[in-house]
Design a protein around this ligand. Structure first.
Ligand code: MG
Length: 251
């Protein structure tokens, strides 16, 4: 099994700065997107800290081996460490109050995707032409959807769609949602910040990923172009990782 991956971040068409950040580390099978918040300087600091902390954690501890449950535990520890580094960066800095970041991260371990997330950055999986969400947003609108008060479509346009209910940096400890998904040949994984999915509906994301499924770079560019074409109201970050049968045995 061979994994081809690519990532892009784009400021979009309305914001002056880019508070998103991302990580593509094929050698570790590690992919992550962070969307900072708390005013633009603070947001940039928080997303950068989260990504750096995640990278440092896996460089120090190495890529987890075989056991998916152990890998999930490692990913939880890595995200907890990232949370702590942001929490500590806020302490004693009044201007950083409210600073935080989302984090969506995926570890590919053998034939397993290990997904961890906090906040409203998402992980999608395209398989057999169908697009599934592997994450459930920690956001006010998603809580309303789950309670039946809002439809998914209404949530996407709702004025409070940016309110996240869980983020790194807002508490000393963080609860990380973990999902395990078996990896299959032909899988196309997408990580994104909300600047993509609030602009582009899931059906269009699915169509673009299907059209570019063997070329993650062109898939990423097409997704960002589409979000900008529809207004580009927020920073847009996308990572695409595609699993193909050819290649010799790198897993
Ligand atoms: Mg955003």
């Amino acid at each position: 099994m061979r994994i081809d991956s690519f990532g892009i971040t784009d400021v979009g068409r309305r914001r002056a700065s880019n508070e998103d950040d991302f990580l593509v580390e094929p050698d570790f099978g590690l992919y992550a997107v962070a969307d900072g918040m708390g005013g633009h300087a603070a947001g940039e600091v928080a997303s950068r800290l989260a990504i750096e902390s995640l990278e440092t954690f896996f460089r120090k501890n190495g890529r987890p081996s075989g056991d998916p449950l152990l890998a999930a535990q490692r990913l939880k520890e890595a995200v907890a460490t990232a949370n702590r580094s942001i929490w500590e960066a806020i302490a004693g800095h009044d201007e950083r109050r409210g600073m935080g970041t989302t984090l969506a991260a995926v570890l590919q371990i053998g034939k397993q995707w290990v997904v961890g997330h906090v906040g409203d950055s998402r992980v999608y999986l395209l398989r057999d032409g169908r697009l599934a969400r592997l994450t459930s947003d920690h956001s006010w609108v998603n809580e309303q959807v789950r309670l039946g008060f809002l439809t998914d479509e209404a949530a996407q346009r709702h004025p409070m769609r940016n309110i996240v209910t869980r983020a790194l940096g807002s508490r000393e400890d963080v609860v990380v949602d973990i999902a395990l998904e078996p990896l299959r040949e032909g899988d196309v994984l997408l990580l994104c910040s909300d600047g993509l999915n609030t602009m582009v509906p899931d059906e269009t994301i699915r169509d673009i990923l299907s059209r570019h499924s063997i070329d993650p770079g062109s898939a990423c560019r097409a997704l960002v172009d589409e979000a900008n074409r529809r207004g580009g109201e927020d920073n847009i970050t996308v990572i695409v990782a595609a699993a193909s049968p050819n290649g010799n045995g790198r897993s």
